[in-house]
Ligand binder design. Structure first.
Ligand SMILES: Nc1nc2c(ncn2[C@@H]2O[C@H](COP(=O)(O)OP(=O)(O)OP(=O)(O)O)[C@@H](O)[C@H]2O)c(=O)[nH]1
Ligand SMILES: [Zn+2]
Length: 208
């Protein structure tokens, strides 16, 4: 297996302990950051921190090695004629903002109106995580999830609403905890037909 940080498609080297081998330049960058923050990267408690931080970021950014559309390739057609809204509600997720690399923590509601076939419900959460585990802005995350479902399932409607708090606002900068950002993308009948939009928003518990 090749070592190619920055290019997760090529995979990581795995050590004898079963953990990802952290490239020297990645560990050195994290040691530099620790020293710049004001601490001693050589002291006992911090000596293994660069490896831990690097592996943690591999997990936070695992979405770069994922193809979210692939999760939607298996569909089911025997649904007893069901042709109403399918909604996966209150899906918790974590992402990181591309401006500060600070956590974005929130919940997503993902709905679609099937056309002939449905997808296994867990796959909607997999699509969300595939895009969330990258450096993001919430608007793009919302659009990417909706577009992926729209293009791959070809449903009659897609609605994605995301509510999240941004660490870059709560723990630094404007330091304003308790606020959440809400974004939505409505496509197909959820965008064009008022009754359908109201119905999906009502099912999401967002009035309508
Ligand atoms: N629209 C949008 N903005 C975001 C998101 N995540 C973080 N931001 C904002 O990105 C902006 C970056 O602003 P800058 O002025 O370039 O950076 P900054 O000086 O660190 O800004 P402050 O956070 O206000 O201290 C901030 O207003 C953040 O709140 C997001 O997902 N969507
Ligand atoms: Zn930020």
């Amino acid at each position: 297996m090749s070592c190619a940080h920055g290019d997760p498609d090529d995979g990581d080297l795995i050590g004898e302990d079963g953990k990802i081998v952290v490239p020297d330049d990645v560990a050195a960058a994290i040691r530099t950051l620790i020293a710049w923050a004001g601490d001693n990267p050589g002291r006992e408690g911090l000596i293994d921190t660069p490896q831990r931080v690097a592996r943690a970021w591999r997990e936070y950014c695992a979405g770069y090695a994922d193809d979210p559309a692939a999760h939607l390739s298996r569909v089911f057609e025997e649904v007893g004629g069901y042709d109403e809204i399918v909604l996966l509600k209150d899906i918790p997720f974590q992402s990181h903002c591309e401006h500060h690399m600070a956590p974005i923590i929130g919940r997503a509601h993902i709905a679609y109106l099937p056309r002939n076939h449905v997808v296994g419900i867990s796959k909607l959460a997999r699509v969300l995580h595939g895009f969330a585990r990258r450096l993001q802005v919430q608007e793009r995350l919302t659009a990417e999830v909706a577009d992926c479902i729209w293009q791959n399932l070809k449903p009659l409607g897609v609605g994605v609403v995301i509510e999240a708090t941004h660490g870059c606002m709560t723990s630094r900068g404007v330091s304003t905890p308790g606020v959440s950002m809400v974004t939505s993308r409505m496509m197909g009948v959820f965008r064009d037909d008022e009754r359908s939009r109201k119905e999906v928003l009502s099912l999401m518990g967002l009035g309508g």
